[in-house]
Design a protein around this ligand. Structure first.
Ligand SMILES: [Zn+2]
Ligand SMILES: [Zn+2]
Length: 655
């Protein structure tokens, strides 16, 4: 007999192997084979057939009997992902085999915890929440369905979807909860444990390989009931998956930007469909796409509009920086400074948000105008004052902070332009010297430990927290009454199709941090363009209006969700070659009445890690199968081996 085995490599095909006499293989079995002189684990992808005597096939080396076979649903899902993202089948399989399965088994611990009946919910649900929970619980026994759970910050949507998860567990099924990695905090896990009486399996980039392997096998065998994880958890094997929750469904980190370029929220809907299970997309600020699907009746919509236990939404006010400019060389206007001083006097906390790490985004020489740019990327080096370094936030390159200008050799001439969080901390220290200040960003050197700072904020031993978008997620600070947004225009200047939407979501989440418990919150947003629709929608708290405007402008511009996009990025180390190859590819574009090709053109981020980059964008009518078009296009061109070509279906980054 022979079997077709799919291997986790870059290829889009299966390979035939001979089945030894004493081995009985079925679809989905994991096997060890030799491929190009290397031993690899693959999956039986097609049923065994009688062997053709004339062919010499390499034998299957062994069968991994300790790993349950990959289910039909999972194999169909992998095929679908590869097809949808125009990626090789082997690359899609690799995401589903993230652990070393060959190592000998560790002594298995007795699993007792997960079988316990969950204790009753700690916080009783109010009438609205109970109604929402009842609807979700009902969907647990009804096969595939997609529900958008739209709940304002503080409306208790987590407790509501927990009820659905509990219902799935009580039916002996498993649950997958996806969260952006940044939101998967200790606080979240404690909340889960308080509700369910056990800890879920956790899956993200910092979990050790041994622990991951343990989780992988427990899920495949049905010995673990709940996994909470970042986007890659979507490819875990489940024994009987009964529900998927995608929390913060609007979050940009669900899009994987390298390798197989997939969107975990969208693929999760397909996984749920293949597993015939319900899926809940939860958010306080749903994506335009999901909101549109809900309004069209494609998704069920459940809205939670009241804040839990009568905490009220903060008052949001815009500060027009043209009228209230900060002092020269400073970045906080008088209204924010006054409000911060008042909060401090009342013993309450403030939070300042600026989505920029480091001290200043650019350093230049005042004498000769020299600007410090990365030598591998088309970007400026960001100044980090505390760590005395310059760093490129695209490739990670670092240099010591220079004292003289390398171009004109002048001393004391280097000038930091614009603010990063470090500089805001410095400014606050200056005008509120008595305040205790913490800084939260993903830079190690600016804070000892993120957990320590969050803890200090909760304990009330900090008065002011300055942070990047890390502060936007899931933290409850009871004494926080003021949120200041240092530069609301940053995101709006981005110019890509979701810039407005993202800015609105981020600002909404940040301002929702204030006044979560018993103090009435206030949010002050600094901007040079207070008339901007995203900011106006924020102030008037009229999301419906914002969404309608946003959809209308996307319709006029022929953008998603009214069309489909495919981005093609060509990269080469040779600048002369990249342009030629991009033009050659464009000339082979399969022209189609329902698709238009834009470009090729140099990418906005033209050089990245010494790769020169060109981009093309295909805009297609929704009824056109972009994947067939990509297939045909790929078959028409033969690219030189030193060229990288990335296919990005439904792109989120346009850099
Ligand atoms: Zn100079
Ligand atoms: Zn760089």
């Amino acid at each position: 007999m022979r079997v077709a085995v799919l291997l986790p490599n870059h290829l889009n095909q299966c390979f035939d192997y001979a089945v030894p006499m004493d081995v009985h293989l079925g679809l989905g079995d994991h096997v060890q084979v030799s491929f190009n002189g290397r031993e690899m684990i693959g999956v039986v992808w097609e049923a065994p057939t009688a062997v053709d005597e004339s062919r010499k096939l390499k034998p299957i080396l062994s069968q991994l009997t300790h790993v349950p076979p990959m289910s039909n649903a999972m194999r169909e899902f992998i095929e679908w992902v590869a097809w949808y993202t125009a990626a090789p089948l082997g690359a899609a399989l690799r995401m589903a085999l993230p652990v070393k399965l060959t190592e000998p088994l560790r002594q298995r611990r007795k699993v007792t915890n997960n079988k316990k009946t969950p204790p009753p919910s700690l916080a009783a649900l109010d009438a609205d929440q109970q109604h929402a929970a009842d609807q979700l619980c009902a969907s647990v026994s009804n096969g595939f369905s997609t529900t958008l759970l739209d709940g304002v910050t503080g409306s208790g949507k987590t407790e509501v979807y927990f009820a659905a998860v509990a219902s799935a567990i009580s039916k002996g099924k498993q649950a997958l909860i996806l969260l952006p990695e940044i939101a998967l905090s200790i606080q979240w896990l404690e909340r889960f444990e308080a509700r369910f009486g056990f800890m879920p399996e956790v899956w993200h980039s910092n979990v050790s390989p041994a622990k991951k392997r343990d989780t992988y096998l427990k899920l495949a065998r049905g010995e673990a009931s709940v996994v909470v994880g970042a986007r890659s958890a979507l490819f875990l094997p489940f024994h009987t998956l009964g529900i998927i929750v995608v929390d913060e469904e609007h979050d940009g980190s669900y899009k994987q930007e390298d390798g197989v370029m997939y969107h975990a929220r969208d693929m999760a809907v397909i996984r749920a469909k293949k597993e015939n299970a319900p899926i809940i997309l939860a958010s306080a600020t749903p994506s335009v796409e999901s909101w549109h699907n809900a309004k069209q009746g494609k998704y069920k919509l459940i809205s939670l509009s009241k804040r839990y236990s009568d905490a009220s939404m903060p008052d949001i006010a815009l500060i027009d920086l043209r009228r209230d400019p900060p002092e020269r060389g400073e970045f906080l206007s008088m209204p924010i400074r006054r409000a911060m001083a008042e909060a401090l006097a009342r013993g309450e906390q403030s939070l300042l948000f600026l989505n920029r790490r480091g001290y200043a985004p650019l350093m230049l020489c005042r004498k000769c105008g020299h600007r410090f740019a990365c030598t591998s990327c088309s970007s400026w080096m960001v100044m980090h004052k505390g760590a005395k370094k310059l760093s490129c936030h695209h490739c990670g390159k670092e240099e010591r902070l220079p004292e003289i200008c390398p171009s004109c050799n002048t001393e004391d001439c280097l000038h930091a332009c614009g603010p990063g969080v470090e500089r805001i901390v410095e400014e606050v220290k200056h005008f509120l010297p008595e305040a205790r200040i913490g800084c939260l960003s993903s830079d190690g050197e600016e804070n000892s430990s993120l957990a320590d700072i969050i803890h200090a904020m909760q304990e009330g031993t900090l008065d002011v927290l300055v942070g990047t978008q890390m502060v936007a997620k899931g933290h409850h600070f009871e004494k926080l009454s003021l949120v200041g947004v240092v530069d609301a225009d940053l995101g709006l200047a981005g110019g890509d199709l979701r810039a407005m939407e993202r800015t609105y979501q981020l600002l909404h989440q940040i301002s929702g941090r204030a006044g979560r418990a018993h103090i009435k919150g206030q949010a002050l947003v600094q901007t040079f363009s207070p008339e901007h629709p995203a900011l106006q929608a924020l102030v008037s708290d009229d999301r419906e209006k914002f969404m309608q405007q946003e959809l209308q402008s996307r319709k006029i511009a022929h953008m998603p969700p009214f069309t489909r996009l495919l981005a093609v990025i060509i990269e080469s180390h040779r600048e002369d070659e990249v342009a030629n190859v991009a033009r050659m590819m464009a000339s082979h574009f399969p022209s189609h009445a329902k698709a238009r090709l834009y470009g090729p053109a140099p990418a906005p981020l033209y050089r990245l890690r010494n790769w020169f980059r060109w981009r093309m964008l295909v805009v297609a009518d929704r009824e056109l199968k972009l994947q067939s078009l990509a297939d045909e296009w790929q078959s028409r061109v033969k690219l030189p081996l030193n060229i990288k070509c990335k296919w990005d279906v439904d792109p989120y980054s346009f850099l």
